[in-house]
Design a protein. Structure first.
Length: 90
């Protein structure tokens, strides 16, 4: 957590989550809550997943450091690294 607060590589500061608690995003989370509750996903876990997706869309590598297998299973995939075209045939 100290590395994240200091923005020490590879950690990013944990400051953008506020966008997920404003207006439309909060309504979206509320609308998803009944289905999450049926799947026994807490509001906290749903928020963590949404935050992970938010950072993944910004091309960050996201890893959930948790022993909770259900939450870990919802971790966003690693960003795809673009490949070079050095193997093109002429």
């Amino acid at each position: 957590m100290t590395f994240a607060a200091d923005e020490t590589t590879p950690w990013a500061a944990f400051g953008e989550q506020i966008v997920l608690w404003e207006g439309e995003q909060l309504k979206k989370l509320a609308a998803e809550f009944p289905e999450n509750a049926k799947q026994k996903t807490s509001m906290g876990d749903a928020s963590i997943v949404n935050l992970g997706k938010h950072y993944q869309q910004k091309s960050f590598y996201v890893e959930f450091l948790t022993a909770d297998e259900g939450l870990k299973a919802q971790e966003p995939p690693a960003p795809v690294t673009p490949t070079r075209r050095t193997d093109r045939r002429r």
